[in-house]
Design a protein around this ligand. Sequence first.
Ligand code: 4AD
Ligand code: MG
Length: 477
Amino acid sequence: MKHTKIKDLLSSSKTAQEVNAKGWVRTFRNNQFIALNDGSTINNIQCVVDFENTSEETLKRITTGAAISVTGELVESKGAGQKYEIQVTKLEILGDSDAEKFPMQPKKHSLEFLRENAHLRVRTNAFGAIMRVRSVLSFAVHNYFQQKGFVYVNTPIITGSDAEGAGEMFKVTSLPFDNPPRNEDGKIDYKKDFFGKETNLTVSGQLEGETFAMALGQIYTFGPTFRAENSNTSRHLAEFWMIEPEVAFNDLNDNMDLAEDFIQYVIKYTLDKCPDDLKFLDSRLTEEEKSKPQTERSEMSLLERLNFVLSTNFKRVSYTEAIDILRDCTPNKKKKFNYIINEWGADLQSEHERYLVEKHFKCPVILFDYPANIKAFYMRLNEDGKTVRAMDILFPGIGEIVGGSQREERYDVLVEKMKALGIAEEELWWYLDTRRFGSAVHSGFGLGFERLVLFVTGMSNIRDVIPFPRTPMNAEF
Ligand code: 4AD
Ligand code: MG
């Protein structure tokens, strides 16, 4: 008999049928009631064991974590909390789980402990829910762009360029690092390396994505990106997934419209598809908030927050306006910020971004027209000569979730900028070709997928929304 997923059993319309379910035991009470979960839903199915006709030896092996197969009749449950249960007639232990040793006990574990057991934490309610939501969100991403006719592009993971000019890259080499070949001046000779040049793991697929947008019109990427920045924060990963749409003929306003519509769509989609998981995560967060002092608790529950973002227009504010607000705000005047904002041109830190979003505007904010010298070389210079057509989207509890811009489409201006920043033209000859042959206004952005998952699940540490996080000093699993 083929097993049926627990999700399907629980939403079944006919009872009094013989069914088979396979899964992992969550709990076993009174030698009689098994709460069985197979990952298809957050909900367990109750399996009622006829303990009088089951051997003592088998009963002992029904422990938390064990894999079992149960066959029996699907009947309406008399117990509270579930609609159906299985009256077990046949029970088979597929894989034992030593109750003394299995780390995921049916009790509250700290998130820290669960991170150390990332291979097993997915067997808990919270992580099962997070990972299902993550999966649905990524499907929503593809759905959104595919419905709009965007072409999905797989940009290279090994690159010869530093798209963000940030220099925070992981090197890719096959040279022996204890004794690499060297040229006359003693420098490592990358001509002898695998690719005949220096290569890195990509920090962004944008530059390659732009070349495709200038042929296919609307494209998006969705893939892993790598940053060797030593930011040990709850918002940074060394390996994260990024979604980067790029659209020919879009200006910065079109870009903001696209980003806002996209984010609202994927949240709506997930609210519709994951009601049980989100309800669970909503209660989890409410519970977690109770341990915080009243003043630090968020005013809205998770579900309220998600619905709020759907029904609110993101507030669009120029960098210059934001600086004025920050300069005059109480935490700045009282020197409560770690970085005091004195003048125009200052780079915003996450404390400033979060003040704007959480305290001042109390809604998602799109900041635009940043000073040119704190942003990447490829951004479109404004007529004022000192700001660029950049935009960052800031979210409550998260800070920056999106970074994007209208791109500098003018060949001469772009080359000037590269010269000023010491970016070699020979390295980006192919990128410059898009400006030499049929250049046009175009724009795009990058959304950090894990930051989106953080927002949607209400988790507070980015290590908890990716299966196996990579962070400084940690690459376990
Ligand atoms: O702002 P960033 O650096 O922009 C770019 O990479 C552009 N090339 C995007 C584009 O215009 N196509 O990164 C984009 C987003 C950030 O807003 C943030 O959400 C996320 O990527 N991000 C990270 N997420 C997790 N860990 C990190 N270390 C991240 N760095 C950036
Ligand atoms: Mg950014």
